[in-house]
Design a protein around this ligand. Structure first.
Ligand code: FAD
Length: 495
């Protein structure tokens, strides 16, 4: 069967669906192809058994408010800004004196830190808004010549930065290359407070809170969460389901169990896709929301790309080191609602990261824990995709045990409450969820993979050396994390 579409979008994660929604709304004939049997990519709520339905990958989250408004999605746009009503961020302490990240609780650890808390939150909000403006801007293909459209986008961004105020703008630029440790030390003296905040900087990154550039990742995660605690826990799937319904309401098509095996290319022009089942589908434009390495090295292939481009693509740092453990319980786990972290100090976090540097699993891991109904979800770092002296089929049980044992130290009823469990290793993130090397952001968020260097230097405007083939997932500027920026931005550069 051969069909012809205006646009084929590879992947029904939130970015692919955002792009599809904008295009379908414009009246374009759109087809989204998803290899899994369910849509959502990492923004998915799925079932692992009866009464065992969870945000399996990304916890809750929401899209950029401007996208929600543009698309009239009916999701709450105020969520990113309302912190007072959201379940708190709690840093668990071995002595039971847990820290809740608010002025009152911080005061128990340091009066000075409590006094600095509001100024820190103000700065972080400002820094996040500057980063947000940068993510909304399509980056020019430096060092190539800029065209008028690039110049206009940068001018708009420059104005935004100017409006941010000179002091905050300079402090923002200064914060990016700093380590999270250096940044939090400027505001806080308590190790407990420092560790709690710094944990969010390394969430999803294979970096330690003493690594340069974790000032940037702290601002990035603050932007996407709208603070430190997660929002909408247990509702990740609502975002992607709302998007999928919208795509369909505009006449767009979404096919699941439809793995793209190859992008069909003739004379350096993308013409369509070949599915794993042998079906060929043609289109004027192909957008891929799969990660850049997968798209360019597997679906296109080195033979159709310039050697230097291939080298740069091969060099994208993926380095996944996250595992996820979901526990179905009888409800007596004793864990309060909120975003809970096992991150008692910066030194603890750094030691957890040390293991990853040597290809080992952290014996004392950084954990981030959320609950939804009777289910407990544990985000585990560090569990490197590339294990030095072992392999994942041997180490899986160890990670599950470490996660449960570590959390049970704080909640003794946890173990006896467990009735079912589901472990997702970095290998599963690759094999089941399509994330190369288990990298949750389709490429590490690092300053050398940032702005006009994301996904690779010189190709930051969604285009590729193949005409009519564009990238629109988290691995391009605007991503990673949940926001929809890269899915929305790509639509602006289409012919
Ligand atoms: C464990 C975990 C924790 C996270 N925590 C956070 C967090 O706290 N905060 C935050 O902001 N972000 C977090 N993220 C990251 C965030 O969820 C992702 O960056 C984002 O959701 C990616 O969206 P996407 O649409 O770009 O790509 P994806 O969601 O990866 O979607 C891409 C889709 O393409 C499909 N696909 C791939 N190859 C093919 C093919 N050949 N044919 C057809 N389909 C294909 C995949 O199956 C997938 O559905 C987390 C991610 C993970 C995995």
């Amino acid at each position: 069967m051969t069909n012809h579409y205006n646009t084929i979008i590879i992947g029904a994660g939130h970015n692919g669906l955002v792009a599809a929604a904008y295009l379908a709304k414009q009246g374009k004939k759109v087809l989204v192809l998803e290899r899994r049997s369910i849509i959502g990519g990492s923004v998915v709520t799925e079932s692992f058994g009866e009464n065992f339905t969870v945000d399996s990958i990304q916890t809750g989250g929401t899209l950029r408010p401007d996208i929600i408004k543009d698309l009239k999605l009916g999701l709450d746009t105020s969520e990113k800004n309302t912190r007072s009503t959201r379940p708190p961020f709690i840093s668990l302490q071995p002595d039971g004196n847990h820290l809740i990240l608010n002025e009152e609780s911080i005061k128990r650890f340091s009066e000075k830190d409590a006094n600095n808390w509001n100024e820190f939150v103000r700065f972080m909000d400002k820094a996040a808004s500057i980063l947000d403006a940068a993510y909304a801007t399509i980056m020019p293909r430096l060092p190539k010549n800029m065209n008028l459209r690039d110049g206009y986008g940068l001018l708009e961004l420059g104005l935004e930065l100017r409006l941010a105020g000179r002091k905050d703008m300079l402090n923002f630029i200064r914060a990016l290359p700093m380590s999270a440790q250096e940044l939090v030390e400027e505001y806080f003296e308590s190790e407990v407070v420092r560790g709690a905040i710094a944990s969010v900087a390394i969430h999803g990154s294979t970096l330690g809170s003493m690594s340069a550039g974790t000032g940037y990742t702290l601002i990035h995660n603050w932007l996407n969460r709208g603070g430190l605690a997660h929002i909408n826990v247990g509702k990740a799937g609502e975002i992607t389901n709302a998007l999928a319904n919208l795509v369909k309401s505009f006449g767009g098509e979404i096919r699941t169990d439809a793995e793209v095996a190859k992008i069909k290319i003739e004379n350096q022009i993308a013409k369509g896709v070949l599915l794993a089942n042998g079906e060929e589908i043609l289109a004027d434009n192909i957008l891929s929301s799969a990660d850049p390495k997968h798209t360019l090295l597997k679906l296109v292939g080195a033979q159709d790309l310039p050697p230097e481009f291939v080298w740069h693509t091969q060099s994208i740092k993926m380095r996944g080191s996250v595992a996820k453990i979901h526990l179905q319980t009888n409800g007596n786990h004793g864990i309060p609602e909120g975003t809970l972290a096992v991150a008692p100090s910066i030194k603890y976090l750094e030691k957890a990261y040390d293991a990853a540097k040597y290809g080992e699993i952290s014996e004392k891991p950084y954990l981030e824990v959320t609950t939804s109904g009777n289910t407990v979800s544990i985000h585990f770092q560090f569990a490197p995709y590339n294990l030095k002296n072992s392999e994942w089929k041997v180490e899986s049980e160890k990670v599950e045990k470490l996660a449960i044992d570590t959390l049970a130290e704080y909640f003794p009823n946890l173990k006896s409450s467990i009735v079912n469990r589901k472990l997702i290793t970095p290998k599963d993130l690759e094999e089941v969820y399509g994330l190369t090397e288990g990298d949750i952001n389709h490429g590490q968020l690092m300053l050398d993979q940032f702005l006009f260097m994301r996904p690779i230097p010189g190709w930051s405007n969604h285009k590729t050396p193949i005409d009519n083939l564009y990238l629109c997932g988290s691995g391009v500027h605007g991503g990673g994390g949940v926001s929809g920026a890269s899915g929305r931005n790509v639509v602006k550069v289409l012919k």
